[in-house]
Design a protein around this ligand. Structure first.
Ligand code: PMP
Length: 296
């Protein structure tokens, strides 16, 4: 059951800078650098049946994201993996969403914070489906985002950095105001990029097409789903996709650690069906994360 309380008022334990602290005591000061200047990177991962799916890939990406933002985490990938397992266990969770987050704290204020040591926290909670299952079953309705994914020379696009989510939150908010579920974002060139928190895939004539992740996250779920499709002998083409082409695709789905495999029914003026290949891959992903298919 999903907890309806606010996120600062729950029971349980949060790992903070090396030790487990009571949930309500995992606090930061208002003069935290990250709050003012977005010096924060994070992960989103899920545990299924007590096992965190592709945990080391997530911990490695957290390290990489921090490095891209110019800071080095004082905990190794193995230590972060162990801390994640510890959080899951301390909270008695089996199926959960987990949020490791690293940031610059209140040791230094002003744009530069090079002297400030980074902090790390890991929280976990029960979180059902990211999108309403009834809406997802029919296929989500996506807005087309006003803002575009920035160019690699404009922002650190390969870091899962909190700052990059500013335009995602705005896009999602704009979509919800229109009664839509999420938004499809184009990139600075006008090519199709991704949704606000998930990668995008398209199906045409039994072939899968997905944008090359050169200015957005090459998601861990994205790579997993590509492998699952290839294992079924389905061709997957990674390439530039222009909006003009969206008309010709039959199916569309999103992938992400939170979103898993989610069907899309419409994106702006373009409509899609929830087809057999999308359903098959959603089922394969569900089997894989739940240990019913061999994990690599
Ligand atoms: N793009 C964005 C903007 C995201 O927030 C996410 C979720 N982390 C993804 C793509 C998918 O990444 P992953 O499959 O690694 O969760």
């Amino acid at each position: 059951m999903t907890d309806k309380r606010t996120f600062d008022d729950r029971d349980g334990w949060i790992w903070l800078d090396g030790k487990l602290v009571p949930w309500r005591e995992a606090e930061v000061h208002v003069l935290t650098h990250a709050l003012h200047y977005a010096s924060s990177v994070f992960e989103g991962q899920r545990a299924y049946g007590g096992k965190i799916f592709r945990l080391t890939d997530h911990s490695k990406r957290l390290h990489k994201s921090a490095n891209i933002l110019g800071f080095e985490l004082p905990w190794s990938v193995a230590e972060i993996d162990a801390a994640c397992e510890q959080v899951l266990e301390a909270n008695g969770l089996v199926d959960a969403y987990m949020r490791p987050v690293a940031w610059r704290g209140s040791e230094q204020m002003g744009v530069t914070a090079s002297a400030a040591p980074p902090h790390l926290a890991i929280a976990a909670w029960e979180w059902g489906k990211y999108f309403d299952p009834a809406l997802a079953a029919k296929g989500l309705k996506l807005d087309i985002a006003h803002y575009r994914r920035p160019a690699p020379y404009t922002a650190p696009v390969h870091s899962k950095a909190a700052g990059l989510y500013m335009i995602c939150t705005l896009a999602r908010q704009q979509a919800e105001l229109k009664g839509l579920d999420d938004a499809l974002m184009f990139d600075w060139r006008g090519q199709v990029a991704e949704a606000t928190g998930a990668n995008a895939f398209f199906v045409r004539d039994g072939v899968i097409h997905t944008p090359t992740p050169d200015c957005f996250l090459d998601g861990i779920t994205r790579r997993t789903v590509i492998e699952l499709a290839q294992k079924r002998g389905v061709e997957v083409v990674e390439r530039a996709i222009w909006p003009e082409e969206l008309e010709s695709f039959e199916q569309m789905f999103l992938t992400g650690s939170a979103a898993e495999v989610t069907f899309v029914g419409a994106a702006g003026p373009w409509n899609f069906e929830v087809g057999a290949l999308s359903r098959q891959l959603a089922e394969d992903y569900d089997d894989l994360v739940n240990g019913r298919l061999p994990n690599r």
